[in-house]
Design a protein around this ligand. Structure first.
Ligand SMILES: *[C@@H]1O[C@H](CO)[C@@H](O)[C@H](O)[C@H]1NC(C)=O
Ligand SMILES: *[C@@H]1O[C@H](CO)[C@@H](O)[C@H](O)[C@H]1NC(C)=O
Ligand SMILES: *[C@@H]1O[C@H](CO)[C@@H](O)[C@H](O)[C@H]1NC(C)=O
Ligand SMILES: *[C@@H]1O[C@H](CO)[C@@H](O)[C@H](O)[C@H]1NC(C)=O
Ligand SMILES: *[C@@H]1O[C@H](CO)[C@@H](O)[C@H](O)[C@H]1NC(C)=O
Ligand SMILES: *[C@@H]1O[C@H](CO)[C@@H](O)[C@H](O)[C@H]1NC(C)=O
Length: 872
């Protein structure tokens, strides 16, 4: 998302003008898939569907269409506000950003960003942050949390929103997303996994009157093995909502791509919740309904959001039901999905209403700021939802810090080390920590990227705050060029702070329109030169990087005086003390890179560069297939600067005594899926037109506020159309007949449950062989057997575990596992996950990094060995 106000100036376009598709490369097809499968067939949702469908059977047409749509941009306290059905006891639902905290409010926590969470490689912290996030969203009265983000996956190093997700690997991303969902939903908040799918760059993402949104052209196997993987795990964890991306896939806008929503998401992945559009991503009414969209956000038409009260749905949805175009069961299924998610999270029991207003921090304000005339009232009750969440935020910020280089054990610092500190990123933004709306600037300590995925800081504990709190002897030069008066001494330690920022497309920062166009992969504000100048004057230099992603560090990384380099990623509000704990060695660093650091952008295939302007629909063809990030570096034989998963410690670890145990025997094709359970019965009868009439004397909020009612005449005429000879031009391949069977790859949330059977349990003992306490990560990579007929990346991450803090000499045995799916490839012909060689010897590699594989367990031999040559 979202909030593309400037688009409103491009008004008066018709949807038809933007529907045109151009130049999708040969072979990429957006096939029709109809109808939208009814939800409710998964047993863990049965009770919620029972309650929801009872309610729906009692609701009027206008009540039902009211719940499927937002009431308009800025038409309520939250970034998204649905219509209500108060007679049935359903309030207007509040949907609110974002993935790292409650956006645009106060007394919230600004948690570390997703990429920072990924860098911890710590499943328990992923879950704990999810719980804390859920508590804050619930505390503010929010029904639907608009996170986590697992797409962008991070295919493009310059992509603007990679930092909102957990790293450039589907499995790391999947654990980050699924554990966040489990945490958020454990306290009754509906989580939203987003953005489905292949939403890998910011520029040209949206449909406008000038241009259709960018088309991500992805082959089926790549979609399944990379981009869909984290969504599958999110659905498996029971996520209540999925947000559709702005872009197209294979030329068809995701918000009306029937193959994507009806087939892949609802049939194959068995998604039981509801599908919402990204903000203004809906570009048709009937088309998107038939294609499986369940909720339109924020309710407006993408080209005319601020002008009138027009909507693709609301009253138009009522009309399209009355005139017989959209079948009643499609609407009923959507509303049932929305209410089932609401019941599933227990929101029918004492759920608090919103007590904040994302549009203002004043106590009082307009209730509908998007309306020209709006009643006013108390909109902010200033509820503090922080609890003790600063602790988990600090723990994540600390355990994410990734030590990339540490010559001769230069770090940790001694308490009395004399410090010269350089770079504006060491201290808070002098204009105020929240001076830029949605953090749309990069000034001072960089705790998060910009856009809808940001939150206001309640405070910023900066690195300088941290040094002060330690009474460290330091001199700070709050500038980004090298001062002439720093008076270097050989006993000084110099610490340089640098940043690289990115964000969402609706804000441009220093000529970067979301994506890192101008900044590229270099640190900002001449940081490379600052580091070189400091390294020239000082003998001992530590570089601290606050960054959204990969940077290129070749100009200075090998300088002998650059002794240590730390990535703090995007630490959130707890930037300072978390860093101090690492710098001074209270704890050993235990973060690991959630992506590969290249030596040059030439390391990458051209296809993962940003796409620029094109006449017509920009085409972004994923020709690199499975080969993104480390998968590419391995295949191309390119040695990166730092490998995926790299991260040093102040101590050392050994990996030993590994075992591998067969659990579920493999078969080349998974066991048959379970049959679909029953779904609610819906009437096919068109409701009476009177169910959509404006109630007499109804008091409208204002012209722009969207309602589901029709004028009596319009409703009656629509009802006449239903029996006339007027025919709607349904898309090719359209059918309203529910398919009795789902695809063989489906069967439960996330797919065929047999895919998630554990094939092998692996255990490994990690021993701290150094002299300081520390935590280690065991990363498990799978190498497919040789000689199979599928080209597969050399190694692929499939699981990981982090140890507790181990004292010197202490050991811990970690348990890992690989599932059937982990050992399968997506076969496009049979449309199923198949094990390419059941008896083949899979290499199960365990290491502390993708380039430091310590041992190999073989599935055929059933044994593990430490002295095997690494395949990469
Ligand atoms: C995109 O096109 C490819 C190639 O025809 C096809 O395999 C894939 O299923 C399509 N994906 C979607 C989401 O339509
Ligand atoms: C449906 O409406 C009937 C009649 O108004 C009422 O008795 C019943 O309790 C309602 N059921 C639900 C589930 O709201
Ligand atoms: C739709 O929601 C709005 C806002 O809550 C409300 O004013 C209106 O009465 C609702 N319509 C119906 C049919 O309940
Ligand atoms: C029914 O109404 C919808 C919404 O306005 C419209 O798109 C569709 O063309 C109408 N169908 C017919 C047959 O007129
Ligand atoms: C710091 O203190 C230790 C002993 O407490 C001493 O050995 C060391 O030389 C001191 N370092 C500096 C930079 O003053
Ligand atoms: C870890 O082991 C390496 C190689 O054996 C050694 O060079 C290094 O000093 C050790 N580091 C620590 C902190 O013990």
């Amino acid at each position: 998302m979202h909030s593309v106000l400037f688009l409103s100036f491009l008004s008066s376009a018709t949807a038809a003008a933007v529907d045109r598709r151009t130049a999708v490369p040969a072979g990429y097809v957006a096939a029709p898939y109809y109808p939208a499968p009814h939800g409710g067939w998964v047993s863990s949702w049965s009770e919620s569907y029972r309650k929801a469908s009872l309610l729906v059977s009692n609701m009027t047409l206008a009540e039902k269409t009211n719940l499927t749509s937002g009431t308009g941009l800025f038409m309520g306290r939250c970034v998204g506000n649905t219509g209500s059905a108060l007679r049935a006891g359903i309030p207007s639902l509040c949907l609110q950003d974002g993935p790292l905290g409650v956006r645009n409010t106060e007394q919230n926590t600004a948690f570390p960003a997703g990429i920072t969470v990924g860098a911890t490689w710590d499943k328990s912290l992923m879950l704990a942050r999810g719980v804390a996030l859920g508590e804050e969203f619930r505390g503010k009265g929010i029904n639907v949390h608009l996170g986590p983000s697992v797409g962008a996956l991070g295919r493009k190093p310059r992509g603007g929103r990679n930092w909102e997700g957990f790293g450039a690997d589907p499995v790391l991303q999947a654990f980050g997303g699924a554990l966040t969902i489990e945490g958020v939903q454990s306290v009754g908040v509906i989580a939203t996994i987003k953005h489905l799918i292949a939403n890998e760059q910011e520029q040209f993402r949206m449909y406008s009157i000038v241009q259709p949104g960018i088309s991500s052209n992805v082959d089926d196997r790549t979609l399944h093995e990379l981009y869909l993987w984290p969504f599958a795990e999110g659905v498996r964890s029971g996520v209540g909502s999925v947000m559709i991306a702005y872009n197209a896939v294979n030329g068809s806008a995701c918000s009306q791509n029937s193959y994507l929503i009806n087939n892949i998401l609802k049939d194959e992945l068995g998604f039981q919740g509801f599908v919402m559009s990204d903000w203004l991503a809906q570009i048709s009414g009937v088309g998107s309904a038939l294609a499986g969209l369940d909720m339109n956000m924020p309710g407006d038409i993408h080209t005319v959001p601020l002008v009138t009260g027009e909507s693709h749905w609301m009253y138009e949805y009522s009309r399209s039901i009355l005139n017989g175009t959209v079948p009643v069961d499609r609407l009923d299924d959507s509303v049932t999905r929305i209410l089932a998610a609401w019941f599933q999270m227990g929101q029918d029991q004492n759920y608090p209403p919103p007590n904040f207003d994302a549009n203002t921090l004043d106590a009082e304000g307009p209730l509908y700021p998007g309306s020209l005339v709006s009643p006013r009232g108390i909109v902010n009750q200033f509820v503090n939802v922080q609890g003790n969440h600063a602790e988990v935020a600090r723990e994540i910020a600390r355990d994410a810090i990734t030590l990339l280089k540490n010559t001769d054990g230069f770090l940790p610092l001694s308490q009395n080390a004399t410090l010269k500190i350089f770079g504006t990123a060491a201290e808070k933004n002098p204009d105020g920590i929240n001076s830029c709306a949605d953090q749309g600037c990069n000034k001072g300590t960089l705790g998060m990227g910009w856009g809808s995925g940001s939150a206001r800081y309640p405070y910023m504990n900066s690195p300088i705050d941290g040094f002060k709190a330690r009474s460290a002897p330091y001199t700070y030069f709050n500038r980004d060029n090298f001062p002439s008066n720093s008076n270097p001494s050989p006993s000084d330690t110099a610490i340089v702070f640098v940043t690289s920022d990115s964000g969402e497309n609706y804000i441009t920062v220093m000529s970067n329109p979301g994506d890192r166009t101008t900044g590229g992969l270099n640190v900002w504000y001449g940081g490379d030169k600052l580091i070189k100048d400091v390294a020239n004057a000082y003998q001992n230099v530590v570089v601290v990087v606050q960054t959204v992603g990969q940077i290129i560090m070749e100009e200075w990384i090998d300088l002998p005086s650059v002794k240590a380099v730390l990535f703090a990623h995007l630490p959130g509000q707890e930037a300072g003390d978390s860093l101090m704990e690492i710098l001074y060695g209270d704890v050993s660093p235990s973060g690991h890179l959630p992506y590969t650091i290249p030596t040059s952008e030439d390391n990458y295939p051209a296809s993962v560069g940003l796409r620029g302007f094109e006449i017509g629909q920009p085409q972004d063809t994923f020709t690199e297939g499975l080969y993104i990030d480390y998968r590419h570096f391995h295949k191309a034989g390119i040695k990166p600067r730092y490998a995926f998963g790299h991260g040093l410690s102040y101590t050392n670890f050994s990996y030993s005594a590994a075992t591998i145990t067969r659990v579920t025997p493999l078969t080349s094709v998974p066991p048959a899926r379970p049959a679909k359970g029953t779904t609610p019965e819906y009437s096919t009868e068109i409701p009476p037109a009177s169910e959509a009439y404006w109630p007499e004397g109804f008091n409208r909020v204002g012209l722009r506020y969207k309602y589901s009612f029709l004028e009596k005449n319009d409703a009656d005429n629509a009802a006449k159309d239903a029996t006339s000879s007027k025919k709607y031009p349904y898309p090719t391949g359209y059918s309203g007949e529910q398919k009795a069977e789902g695809p063989p790859s489906g069967g439960a949330q996330g797919g065929n449950p047999a895919l998630f059977d554990t094939a092998y349990d692996i255990s490994v003992t990690v021993t701290n062989t150094g002299s300081r306490p520390g935590k280690a990560v065991a990363q498990l990579y799978v190498q497919f057997p040789s000689g199979i007929s599928f080209d597969t990346p050399i190694i692929q991450l499939r699981d990981f575990e982090k140890t507790d803090e181990l004292a010197a000499g202490q050991s811990q045995t970690l348990k890992l596992r690989v599932t059937r799916k982990d050992l399968s490839v997506w076969d496009v012909v049979s449309q199923n996950w198949i094990v390419p060689n059941v008896d083949g010897d899979y290499g199960i590699w365990i290491g502390e990094s993708s380039d430091k594989l310590e041992l190999r367990c073989g599935t055929a031999t059933g044994s593990c060995a430490t002295d095997v040559e690494s395949p990469v």
